[in-house]
Design a protein around this ligand. Sequence first.
Ligand SMILES: [Fe+2]
Ligand SMILES: [Fe+2]
Length: 157
Amino acid sequence: MDTALPSKLLAVQHHQIDQGVAGIVDGSGTPAALAAALAAALQLLRQHLYVEEAALFPPLAKTGLAMPVFVMQREHGQMWPLITGLEAACAAGTGRDALRADADKLLMLLKMHNPKEEQIVYAAADRYEPAHPDAPLVAAMAAAHMPDGWVCANAPH
Ligand SMILES: [Fe+2]
Ligand SMILES: [Fe+2]
């Protein structure tokens, strides 16, 4: 199994993000630890969305995946208000009960989004990689550093 494949790197992040968000919904632990895990998961999710939208989606959209990429970006946009709202709530020290409803909504969106993305987009990325040795996705993903203030393409205004 090749851990350097795009699908491996990104699916591991899906799992890490899910765990951090799920902790608030149904996990055990101190409220402070669960909130810290949620905040870390949200930061990772922001970076994950950036890497996908900046490094992964553009080349794949040009190779026949324009529609799946469009759907993925639209779903990122649906997640965005929940991400920013939960980040603000974490920073304000909001209690677990008040975080739970939005964390649950975000988890539901992730559970619909991630399997489709893994089966369609990441599978295509794994096929793209050996076919384009001159434009490796993994290297582009590693070089993609989210700028301060980045907002996903379809975030609501
Ligand atoms: Fe995504
Ligand atoms: Fe993803």
